[in-house]
Design a protein around this ligand. Structure first.
Ligand code: ZN
Length: 281
């Protein structure tokens, strides 16, 4: 099962960086999200692939036509309104942001939202209240668990890198975590972000082949070598943000040609949830 997901945000939606982390800073940047997303949509159309798009409420508010267009053929999901790290928000702030995201996207698209992904996979082990709020807001599926070490959050000891149920005293949610793979003794995510752009296609292909479950995550900016570079990013983040932009669309197209991909909704239908493991939170 290879699942295709796109986080629908712009080139300046870079977390935890003083020049780009707050919504009031975003208005002054020139957007590139429409042209970059249209290129992605075209590639999916040509191959008849349905993907899941995790949309920022902020984007849906400014580009309603784009989000409507995406929603005509693809599944829309919630990626928060203002793209803030979960562990920097209070429960109240999280709940308000979530509600605003869901209502904005639902209003624009007419689709009911039932899937969520946290900004930057910033979900942590003590975030049971996040799941409580998701369930209160009729979210049935989460895709926020990053079962490896990560700069922002991540749950390194999480027991599964494949679909499972997460259960708390007053919630039950279906989880589609990121898939991980080992590279030189380290658990990495090859199916999105810096590693996807950095690794040669031969490695991506062999990892795709040998993994039964792959959760991908791409952004429109991942395929845009012309985007402005944020010069003040620390060296390592700059490298991981901009490495391999030139060849990435070609690599991504090859991957789509060689491996069938589905949306989270399609994957959900194909799973017998009575047989999947349960993680207690
Ligand atoms: Zn994001």
């Amino acid at each position: 099962m290879k699942i295709l997901t796109i986080d629908l945000e712009d080139w300046f939606h870079i977390l935890a960086h003083s020049e780009t982390e707050r919504p009031e800073q975003w208005e002054r940047f020139e957007s590139r999200v429409e042209r970059n997303t249209d290129r992605i949509l075209e590639a999916l159309d040509q191959r008849n692939i349905r993907a899941t798009f995790f949309v920022l409420g902020w984007i849906a508010e400014r580009f309603p036509e784009l989000v409507k267009r995406v929603g005509e053929k693809h599944e829309l999901a919630c990626h928060s309104y203002s793209h803030q790290l979960l562990y920097k928000q209070s429960r109240k702030e999280f709940a308000e942001d979530l509600k605003r995201c869901i209502s904005t996207i639902e209003q624009v698209s007419g689709q009911k939202l039932r899937i969520y992904r946290a900004p930057g996979f910033s979900l942590q082990r003590d975030h049971h209240y996040i799941f409580e709020e998701l369930c209160k807001n009729k979210i049935e599926i989460d895709a926020s668990v990053f079962p490896a070490v990560r700069n922002h959050g991540g749950i390194p000891g999480f027991p599964f890198a494949s679909p499972c149920l997460i259960k708390g005293s007053n919630f039950l949610i279906k989880e589609f975590p990121m898939s991980t793979s080992s590279l030189l003794g380290k658990q990495i995510v090859f199916s999105g972000g810096g590693y996807f752009r950095l690794l040669p296609y031969s490695i991506i292909r062999s990892k795709m082949k040998s993994s039964e479950y792959v959760m991908t995550y791409f952004h429109p900016r991942d395929f845009d070598p012309e985007q402005p570079m944020i010069q003040s990013l620390p060296m390592k983040r700059k490298f991981m943000s901009y490495v391999g932009l030139k060849g990435s669309f070609e690599k991504y197209s090859k991957m789509l040609d060689q491996f069938p991909h589905t949306s989270i909704g399609q994957a959900d239908e194909s799973i017998d949830w009575t047989g999947v493991p349960v993680v207690h939170f």
